[in-house]
Design a protein around this ligand. Sequence first.
Ligand code: IPM
Ligand code: MG
Length: 360
Amino acid sequence: MNLNIGCIAGDGIGPEIVKEARKVLDKVADKYGHSITYTDILMGGASIDVHGVPLTEEAIALAKASDAVLMGSIGGDTTTSPWYRLEPSKRPEAGLLAIRKALNLFANLRPAVLYEELAGACPLKEEISAKGFDMMIMRELTGGLYFGERKTIEENGVKKAIDTLSYDENEIRRIAVKAFDIAMKRNKKVTSVDKANVLDSSRLWRAVVNEVAKDYPEVTLEHMLVDNCAMQLVKDPAQFDVILTENMFGDILSDEASMVTGSIGMLASASLNDSRFGLYEPSHGSAPDIAGKGIANPIATILSASMMLRYTFDLDKEADAIDRAVKQVLKEGYRTGDIMAEGCTQVGTEKMGDLICEGI
Ligand code: IPM
Ligand code: MG
């Protein structure tokens, strides 16, 4: 199979970690008889430096022409980088929002897994972490507050800012269907998170999710209010399988869940549309403070490449090989600085990539 992959290396540690993920993909392709064509795409600060904007039409066209896009990270230090002296619509993050919308990437999958080997990094009490957890946060990514009408006005000399939270039933249905489909391949439980005690958008969300659930009799559905979910994530994360939620709640809860794993450098993510196309990126940011030092953890990006093989290309065997190699390297005691523990061997970005390649 020929895999046509767009590559957004991006900013900060992005280029270093994408390099390692490509190395691992090349190793897999070599072993399993595939070929890969990479197309480099500029986005974020890297695009601002060249084109003055964080995403060009040409970049969108290149992404659309790919089967999938692998991304590192975008953005810089918000207090010192000149990118943040530009108006908000020209900053690096605007490129990310624009590509999500342009490619209709409405389904954001963010796994939060407590790796047995890294259980010590979990900030929860041992009696909680001992149960382990493995959840998939499904965040709606192209609607809600992020894309609703937004304006700042002045009324009778008083400044006023307005953001709009709107969802139609089709937007809710398509992400709900994806969540139930994914639950069917996992532990068959969906927790739909909303604020139905206050918001109309949440009441519609709940009604549509209930309708979709009728087509999945094997899946257990529960509804949870978002404030309660924030508590449950630290109290008993093992109760979750698939968490289904709207854009803003998903942004917040996925950061919380990743923190609870204690190893955000390990967490991958996928943003999918209704074809097989996806944009795959680590859940962490661009870490400008350690950029270029060769110490960033490439594992989240490598695992994102594995998700790409699984979800866009249906290459489960190949994806399993990457996941297994990552576990093996951790078992052998190799760690990057962010997940370093006593008695382990600390390695840099490139060495970690090499070790995972050896394990393929
Ligand atoms: C994320 C990030 C983005 C978001 C920012 C950078 C706009 O926090 O991917 O979670 O809020 O979606
Ligand atoms: Mg976020």
